[in-house]
Design a protein around this ligand. Sequence first.
Ligand code: AMP
Ligand code: MG
Length: 340
Amino acid sequence: MLKRRIFLIPVFVITTLTFTYCTGKPELSRTEFALGTVCSVTLYDKGNPAIYRDIFSRLREIENYMSVNLPDTDVARINAAAGVAPVQVHDDVFKVIQKALYFAEISGGAFDPTVGPLVSLWGIGSENPRVPSQAEIDAALSLINWRDVELDKEQRSVFLRRPGMALDLGAIAKGYAADEAAVIIRKAGLKQAIIDLGGNILVYGEKKDKSPWRVSVQDPLEDRGRSLGVITGPEATMVTSGVYERFFEADGQQYHHIFSPFNGYPADTGLLSVTIISKNSIDADALSTAVFVLGYEKGRALIEPLEGTEAVFVFNDQSVRKTEGANLKINNNSYILIPD
Ligand code: AMP
Ligand code: MG
């Protein structure tokens, strides 16, 4: 499926920092495990412990509402009641599911928050990942359809129409969480910050010396921290979906964690990673997954009309393409930028 390369990261690594910073020494930052990944927040102007506390407790709150890996979250309750009854959820969950359905629609179902049965079946990132049989994949596929999610705005409830259906917000929740962390930073009146939720990066405000932010794009074939290039620009969010984030190997093949809802296999569109640059992290998160599944041509057609949204596409043969407004400089000889 993928060209075999030497991955030095362990097979079950769940947390990968897909970007490194080139912003100089942080004055102060805090790193904690949340949302199933390593989360780092850097507050350049005021490293006030109360603000860090607020941010990390907000991240945990979002995880406690949306995770499928914790018992009793809103999403776990929606899944348990699939085919039976609507479930009332917190505002955050309702908003994220609404957004997820929007991105499912505009991506023609490439992004699909009802991908849960496939995620459980393959178990990628769990202790027992495996390649399922075709019959199992077909059974899971029959349960996947974002159109079978019913939202009731007044009740703030969510209903999955068929038993066995399951939501998985893993491709969008971290983006929402990064945006919510930025809300806290804005309310606190801070001027510069970096939020990194396992590779979901949000650079906030303006650097003191007014120079642009510089964010490295992970080399998808190398150890984390090794970059293929640097994106420069003003306040923005950069989110990457890549084959290296979560995968396992069987019979000499690598199987990663981003599924095609069309055939039930890890999406194989010739891409190693897609980075989306935009204003909102929730959009960038959903779009990076959607574009990865759609592949270069359809993916690019999806994002070109979206204002303030840019992309970097890294292909299996280590060529790189980008949209016009993506300010990327390659700094790694193994990669080559193909001009439009
Ligand atoms: P990301 O790393 O943001 O691309 O999200 C990948 C995660 O989203 C996976 O670990 C799954 O939990 C979930 N997922 C996988 N495939 C899809 C898909 N086609 N649409 C929506 N969510 C997906
Ligand atoms: Mg995503």
